[in-house]
Design a protein around this ligand. Structure first.
Ligand code: KG4
Ligand code: ZN
Length: 333
C-alpha cells in the first residue's frame, strides 16, 4: 500500500511516499529555518504563509522522486495535531483537496505518533510493545507504545519541553535558531562538569519532568556573567546544560523501563538527534542489556516519511477521516 504523506505542523513543509509503513520511496523537506532565523524562533504567521507557498511543489517532487502519480497512491496521510494551528491547516486542507479530487482515503496522523513511527523506518524489525522517550521542541513524554495506535503516557513534562530548554539556553548564549542543533554543535569538546545545574525532579511523580527551572538557571548564569563582564566558556556551559537535560531524560526513562518491565526502548522527536543523548542511551542500554532503537538522523526532525509510516498503521486500525477533518493545536497522543 502506497501512502502520500504531508507534514506542516511547524516550520518544515514536507511530503513523502511510503510503502507499507516501512519503505520510503521519497522524502522531500522544504525547511523554513532561513526565514525564521532573524527572529530567533518560529513566527507562526510566516510559517503558515511559507507552507502555503511550498506545499504544491514539495508534494509534486515527492510523487516525482518516487516515480509515481496520484493514481498509484492508495491513501493520503496528513499531520492534523498537535502543532501551530495555521501551519497545520495548510497541510490538512491540501490533503483534503487531494483526497477529494482523487477519491482516496484520508488518514489523520498525530504528530508525536509519527515521530515514534520514524523508528519503524530506521529499524524495520521493530514492533510494539516498547517504551519510547519522545523529545521534541514542544513535547517531552515517556510513553508505553502498547501497539501501533495505542499509547500510554507514563511521564511528561509539567512545564517546558526538553527542546524548549535547550533552544532558550542556546539563545541566551547568542546561538542562532534552531538553538538545540547549534548547542549540540558548539558543545562538542566542552567540559560537562564546568557548571553545576540542578537536575530537577517533580514531587510525587517519578516519571514526570520539569525543565523550566533548569532553563532559568542556565539563562541566569549567562545574564549574571554578562552583567559582571565575566567571560563565558560557551562549549563548557553548553556541555553542562546538555548534561543536565540528558541526565533528567535518561534517569526517568530507565526508571520507567525498570518499573514497567520494558527491555526495548526507542527514542523519538527532534531532540533525539542530540549526540550526547544518543551516546548516553547507548551506554546505559548496553549496561542494562536493553535493546535500543533510534531514528536515523535524517528522520529525527520533522519529515513526512514518518507520517507515511504511522498513517499506514492508522489505516490498518481503521482510523480514516471524512472531508470534514479539522486541525488541532493540542491533542493527547
Ligand atoms: O520534533 P522537532 O523537529 O519539532 C517539533 O515537533 O517540535 O523538534 C525540534 C526540536 C528543537 O527544539 C530543536 O532545537 C531540537 O529539536 N533539536 C535538537 C537537536 N536537533 C534538533 N536538540 C538538541 N540537539 C540536537 N542535535
Ligand atoms: Zn516534531
Amino acid at each position: 500500500m502506497k501512502i502520500l504523506a504531508i507534514e506542516s505542523s511547524c516550520d518544515e513543509t514536507a511530503a513523502a511516499v511510503v510503502e507499507d509503513g516501512r519503505k520510503v520511496l521519497s522524502n522531500v523537506i522544504a525547511s523554513q529555518v532561513k526565514e525564521h532565523i532573524i527572529y530567533g524562533g518560529v513566527v507562526p504567521e510566516i510559517a503558515s504563509r511559507m507552507h502555503a507557498q511550498a506545499i504544491s511543489s514539495v508534494t509534486k517532487k515527492a510523487l516525482d522522486d518516487a516515480s509515481v502519480t496520484l493514481d498509484d497512491i492508495d491513501a493520503i496521510g496528513v499531520t492534523y495535531a498537535p502543532g501551530l494551528i495555521g501551519a497545520l491547516l495548510v497541510g490538512v486542507n491540501f490533503a483534503k483537496g487531494l483526497a477529494y479530487a482523487s477519491g482516496k482515503p484520508l488518514i489523520p496522523v498525530h504528530h508525536l505518533r509519527s515521530h515514534v513511527a520514524a523508528n519503524y523506518i530506521s529499524s524495520p524489525a521493530l514492533e510494539p510493545p516498547f517504551l519510547c522517550l519522545i523529545v521534541s521542541g514542544g513535547h517531552t513524554h515517556i510513553a508505553a507504545v502498547r501497539d501501533y495506535t495505542s499509547f500510554e503516557v507514563i511521564g511528561r513534562t509539567r512545564d517546558d519541553a526538553a527542546g524548549e530548554c535547550m533552544d532558550k539556553s542556546a539563545r541566551s548564549m547568542g546561538l542562532d535558531y534552531p538553538g538545540g542543533v547549534n548547542l549540540d554543535r558548539v558543545s562538542k569538546g566542552g567540559n560537562p562538569d564546568a557548571y553545576k545545574f540542578p537536575r530537577p525532579r517533580v514531587d510525587g511523580s517519578r516519571y514526570d519532568f520539569s525543565f523550566s527551572g533548569l532553563k532559568t538557571a542556565i539563562v541566569n548564569t549567562v545574564h549574571n556573567a554578562r552583567q559582571k563582564d565575566e567571560e563565558i566558556n560557551i562549549p563548557d556551559l553548553g556541555a553542562s546544560c546538555i548534561k543536565s537535560v540528558v541526565g533528567c531524560l535518561t534517569d526517568n526513562t530507565f526508571a520507567a523501563a525498570q518499573e514497567y518491565g520494558f527491555k526495548k526502548i526507542a527514542l523519538a522527536g527532534g531532540v533525539s538527534a542530540n549526540s550526547v543523548l544518543r551516546a548516553e542511551m547507548e551506554r546505559i542500554c548496553r549496561e542494562k542489556s536493553i535493546e535500543l532503537y533510534m531514528p536515523e538522523l535524517c528522520f529525527c526532525g520533522d519529515n513526512a516519511a514518518m507520517v507515511g509510516s504511522q498513517a499506514y498503521y492508522e489505516y490498518l486500525a481503521g482510523n480514516t477521516a471524512s472531508l470534514e477533518l479539522n486541525a488541532y493545536a493540542t491533542m493527547e497522543i
